[in-house]
Design a binder for this molecule. Structure first.
Ligand SMILES: Cc1cc2nc3c(=O)[nH]c(=O)nc-3n(C[C@H](O)[C@H](O)[C@H](O)COP(=O)(O)OP(=O)(O)OC[C@H]3O[C@@H](n4cnc5c(N)ncnc54)[C@H](O)[C@@H]3O)c2cc1C
Length: 463
């Protein structure tokens, strides 16, 4: 009897399937946004999908998989864009979506099961007059477990920074991958151990997040005839602490035409910045627009835009998805722009990559500073072209993370210290969690045939 049949035989009444179609569909996430990942992850799939409905069932699944030494890969909403929820070595796909529900809310805090949809947490927080500090643009389908284990930040990061910034994850309950699983609670800096680890160092079962007082939000689009004028406005707005905002996302012309739901809201030849601003800040915001020579082409209450999709969809990974609907050949890398002269840095890179494609630039806080992240949307040719793009950006001092790979180290957005390696060994002594994505011994990490000369977004935080 194979290990997987032995495992299935000991599951009892817990929901599971080995249906071919389900295995194919659920062993994928949104990695298809990357032409390089499409090739690398082709055909990778789990042998069984198991869906526990409560913690007793979850513990039984973990213990049984550990006993049979089966690989176990976690899946929430499956919206990850580095392919990090695709099982590289088969085994069990642990579907967390039935482990859902807000456990409690109180002023400033919320706790939920890991499979809870982020938008449901946002709604629960709003019921008591508070809101999440940040949500991914995929909040309607992403789970909080997947966001913390696989995401970075999102709407709200323009004010509050990213998940790895101190205070943005309050606590996590994590379970070890052992025959007798241990349940531990990590708070403060320890909670960051599981952030961006892709479920390789523990199964997250509950998460506690900080909340902020709720605002009435206005979605705005401002157009400028020149890209660098848009960047100057964005950086100024980002640094105006008196103007309350949660999103600053810049798209160079002709991207406003490649994003179909925008129609012709943005005039021909104009770049745009989409921002979400408190209704109480609108007067100051409009003054700033005027001072910078911008044109406010759209302003409406959150979710009520004339563009038929939430404004989320014009920012971060969603903007690339929209662009790909018009031109499926387009892709990008993730440059990290940090400088005391942020406008100057963006200007130098913009000149250097001139002609490769329109730039996108998300402005947000990271470790307290206003930083940019983005790159041109290039028409993908081959790996060599992508490597050249990375080198051009690096030559001006930009760090570039790699969205076209799938392991913790090679993506390069997580700071890995000896504590991380020790914690991985402790929580996953048999190396069964999402194997190939982050092994305690770096030489064992799965290296894909195609690698870009990227570096890491390493920004140290005092421990
Ligand atoms: C169009 C698009 C837009 C995006 N926008 C953003 C954005 O604005 N901000 C952002 O940060 N990210 C963004 N992402 C990526 C982001 O990772 C996901 O949107 C989301 O946060 C992941 O949640 P999920 O439930 O879908 O996780 P999944 O895709 O299911 O999983 C993500 C990772 O976490 C692991 N995991 C899942 N659940 C658990 C658990 N309970 N315990 C341990 N590990 C677990 C998985 O194995 C996987 O490695 C975007 C992706 C796309 C395709």
């Amino acid at each position: 009897m194979s290990e997987i049949s032995g495992f299935l035989g000991e599951l009892g009444p817990i929901e599971c399937t080995t249906d071919e179609r389900s295995l194919r569909v659920k062993s994928r996430d949104w990695f298809s946004v990357s032409p390089m990942l499409r090739t690398m992850l082709e055909g990778k799939r789990a042998d069984a999908i198991v869906t526990p409905h409560d913690k007793t069932e979850l513990l039984h699944v973990i213990a049984t998989a550990a006993k049979h030494r089966l690989p176990l890969t976690l899946r929430g909403g499956g919206t990850a864009n580095y392919g990090q929820s695709v099982p590289l070595r088969g085994g069990v796909l642990l579907d967390m979506t039935a482990m859902a529900g807000v456990l409690w809310t109180r002023p400033g805090e919320i706790r939920a099961q890991a499979g809870t949809i982020v938008a449901d947490m946002e709604a629960a927080a709003r019921d008591i007059g508070w809101e999440m500090r940040m949500v991914p643009t995929t909040k309607l389908t992403a789970t909080i477990g997947g966001f913390v284990a696989g995401g970075t930040g999102g709407i709200g990061s323009a004010a509050w920074g990213v998940l790895r910034d101190r205070g943005n994850i309050t606590a996590v309950e994590v379970i070890s991958m052992e025959e007798v699983p241990r349940i531990i609670e990590l708070r403060g800096r320890d909670a960051r151990l599981v952030h961006h680890a892709y479920g390789t160092n523990g199964i997250i079962s509950e998460i506690e997040m900080p909340l902020v007082p709720m605002w009435d939000w206005i979605e705005t689009i401002v157009a400028f005839p020149d890209y660098m004028q848009t960047v100057k406005f964005g950086v100024k707005l980002g640094n105006e602490h008196g103007i309350v905002k949660k999103l600053l996302s810049i798209q160079e012309w002709p991207t406003p035409r490649l994003i179909q739901p925008l129609g012709d809201i943005v005039p021909d030849g104009h770049s745009m910045i989409s921002s979400i601003v408190s209704n109480l800040s609108m007067r100051d915001f409009e003054e700033l627009v005027e001072e910078h020579g911008g044109k406010l082409v759209s302003a409406c209450r959150e979710g009520q835009g004339a563009y038929a999709v939430p404004m989320n969809e014009f920012a971060f990974g969603h903007a690339l998805r929209q662009v790909q609907k018009s031109d499926p050949r387009r892709t990008s890398v993730e440059g990290f722009f940090q400088s005391d002269d942020l406008v100057g840095l963006v200007d130098r890179v913009h000149r250097k990559v001139d002609g490769m494609g329109p730039m996108r630039m998300e402005l947000r806080r990271w470790g307290g500073a206003l930083v940019g992240s983005g790159s041109p949307y290039v028409v993908f040719e081959d790996d060599a072209q992508m490597a050249r793009l990375v080198e051009l950006m690096q030559s001006e001092g930009v760090s570039v993370a790699n969205p076209h790979t799938s392991s913790v180290r090679s993506v390069g957005k997580k700071e890995l210290t000896d504590r991380d390696v020790g914690f991985k060994r402790e929580m996953d002594p048999y190396g069964l969690l999402n194997p190939g994505r982050f092994e305690a011994d770096s030489t064992e990490d799965e290296t894909f045939s195609s690698t870009l000369p990227t570096d890491s977004w390493m920004f140290r935080q005092a421990s």
